[in-house]
Design a protein around this ligand. Structure first.
Ligand code: G3I
Length: 341
């Protein structure tokens, strides 16, 4: 049973400012007692890392398997944890059997999956990443929309379609448009921020029920700047639109850092602190979640291996579930009282 936020936990630090703190997990993580205990102690929200994705549920077409997703929902409700559903429509999570289906078949299957999934968990979800990663400036469309099967089959209105369907089937869930790379400092990132603001304005004007912008926050130490005026300005504009923000997948890759563990841990912690201070200063944040809790399970060892081959140390706990400097940095940022300017 979840014993509620304890004094020295990330969830209690977050609760001091009306925030939730959490992490992404799979049901397989719950086989580890130490990790499960840490999740229960530190988190007030959890995110489905894989098992609520379309391709995970529909590994066999026509035979959706919700067993693992049900397991996550039970774990969250049994332990009074909020549950953030990731993700209903994402171009990288289309069941293989549907990737090349005819547009009308694809549309029918995508809508059926969204309706069945949102209905199944209606009333039990804190929030949903309804659409994940809709933008790709490199695809050269004026509006920056990523060329995906959803865009091809439904047209650019697919975002409105998804959010309206989800809102009608679960009016209580916070509906989130989730995106990567909005945090970076490249010209492409600034273009993506501009295109995201234009997209949010367009959708808002047509009444699409987007309540919250999900900012994935996959950061790189020594690349992420300590301050970031463009990001500040972007977050102010999001807030001016009346949209809240969720930090949905935060981690700090240390592949550019020196090998020395103490140095790496210090640099990673400083990166977390500076980033969270900026976002929490400028945005109406509902929840801060990392993409995993302990270093041994990070996706980054596959995606961004260090040149020297040393395992990445991107998260708040080490492989033995011990708190790292990053834990203290995040706790201090969450607990800092911020007067809304
Ligand atoms: O465990 C299953 C196995 O039972 C199944 O038979 C097999 C079939 O391919 O897949 C296995 O699952 C793997 C799953 O991770 C296990 O956690 C999938 O192969 C693998 O593709 C999946 O990768 C996930 C990836 O998204 C794709 O869904 C990563 O764990 C997850 O960290 C990553 O997360 C993404 C976010 O959704 C979106 N933002 C970027 C982030 C990092 O890429």
């Amino acid at each position: 049973m979840h014993h509620g936020p304890r004094k020295s936990s990330l969830s209690s630090a977050a609760a001091q400012n009306g925030l939730l703190f959490g992490t992404a997990l799979c049901t397989s993580h719950l086989l580890s007692q130490p990790l499960t205990r840490a999740i229960l102690r530190e988190c007030s929200i959890v995110t489905s890392e894989y098992e609520m994705k379309w391709d995970a549920i529909c590994q066999v077409p026509e035979l959706p398997d919700y067993a693992s997703a049900d397991g996550l929902v039970s774990f969250a409700s049994d332990n009074s944890l909020a549950l953030h559903g990731h993700t209903l429509w994402w171009h990288e999570a289309i069941p293989s059997a549907l990737r090349n289906a005819a547009d009308n078949r694809f549309r029918e299957a995508a809508l059926e999956h969204l309706r069945a999934t949102v209905t199944r968990y209606a009333g039990q979800m804190h929030s949903w990443d309804v659409v994940n990663e809709p933008l790709e400036p490199a695809h050269g469309r004026g509006n920056g929309l990523r060329e995906t099967r959803f865009a091809a089959a439904f047209g650019p209105d697919y975002i409105e379609t998804a959010f309206r369907e989800a809102a009608s089937l679960d009016p209580r869930a916070v509906l989130v448009l989730n995106e990567m790379g909005l945090e970076y400092t490249s010209p492409a990132a600034e273009q993506k921020r501009r295109q995201m603001l234009a997209l949010l304005e367009r959708e808002k004007a047509r009444g699409t029920p987007i309540a919250c912008l999900g900012i994935q926050s996959h950061l790189t130490a020594l690349e992420q700047p300590r301050d970031h005026q463009e990001l500040r300005a972007f977050l102010r504009e999001v807030r001016a639109m009346g949209l809240s923000v969720m930090i949905t997948e935060m981690d700090v890759s240390d592949h550019l850092c020196p090998r020395d563990r103490k140095q790496r841990d210090t640099i990673v912690a400083e990166t977390y602190r500076a980033y969270l201070d900026l976002v929490l200063d400028e945005a109406e944040v509902l929840a801060v979640s990392t993409w995993g809790l302990s270093d041994d399970r990070t996706w980054l060892n596959g995606f961004r291996p260090r040149p020297d081959g040393a395992p990445q140390r991107p998260l708040l706990f080490d492989g033995a579930i011990r708190r790292k400097p990053a834990w203290h940095a995040v706790k201090d940022a969450l607990a800092t009282n911020r007067t809304v300017t």
